[in-house]
Write a protein that binds this ligand. Structure first.
Ligand code: NI
Ligand code: MN
Length: 227
């Protein structure tokens, strides 16, 4: 059995593990890079890293249609619950064994305000140990921080990192992050969706492969990687 990860564009991902479909940061409507619509996407669970519109995205609509359980921080959980959505609240540093694997919320250096201006708590990264035993670290929106070294000690199979710059780590800091995380594989995301975060990922990939042992996978929206 394998774990499979599909990039839907920007920060939206689908992780398939043990027959479960785990959707992450489903910003699809209005996302110029989206490879699937909110009406088509399937999910048993939805993970939301933080409250910004390009991450919480179409969570409410998709959860209503699919009945997916939404997993996020306590503040976003409260906001979604008040809108009738089923949630499971966790918080930074805390892990929980869900049917699809063990999920820990990690630090992220960023903001988390919700689209209507409500307080969205602290932003998170996600560290998922899948049912196939693969460790996937999704950094979320974050700047570089030294405690990524501690996350690296967990033994990461795949890191999913933002490289867009402006709102998050750019290519140079994402390269530094990889040196601390030391994953087997990396998928860059959160770039070139908009002009302000345009990056040449192929140039970055070349630099990563020159300076580290990490294998870079440049996915196009809609493409998958099997671990
Ligand atoms: Ni953000
Ligand atoms: Mn973002």
């Amino acid at each position: 059995m394998n774990s499979k990860i599909t990039w839907y564009g920007h920060a939206a991902l689908l992780i398939e593990t043990g027959g479960y479909r785990v959707l992450v940061d489903p910003y699809l409507k209005g996302n110029p890079a989206a490879s699937i619509s909110p009406e088509q996407v399937q999910a048993d669970f939805i993970l939301v890293t933080h409250g910004h519109g390009d991450h919480i995205g179409d969570t409410i609509e998709i959860a209503q249609r699919t009945g997916a359980l939404v997993i996020c921080n306590a503040e976003i959980s409260k906001w979604l619950s008040s809108r009738g959505i089923k949630t499971h609240a966790q918080h930074l540093g805390g892990g929980y064994r869900h049917p699809f694997g063990y999920l820990k919320l990690t630090l992220a250096v960023h903001g988390s305000g919700l689209p209507d201006g409500s307080y969205g708590g602290n932003p998170a990264g996600l560290l998922l140990t899948t049912l196939e035993g693969k460790k996937i670290y999704m950094a979320g929106d974050t700047g570089l921080f030294g405690d990524m070294r501690l996350i690296g000690e967990e033994g990461i199979d795949l890191a999913v990192l933002p490289i867009g710059d402006n709102y998050t780590m750019g290519p140079a800091d994402a390269l530094k992050a990889l040196k601390m995380l030391q994953p087997e594989h990396v998928v860059p995301i959160h770039y070139s969706t908009f002009d302000v975060i345009r990056q040449d990922a192929a140039v970055w990939a070349k630099q990563v492969e020159q300076e580290t042992n990490v294998t870079v996978h440049l996915l196009c929206p809609g493409e998958s990687l099997t671990l």
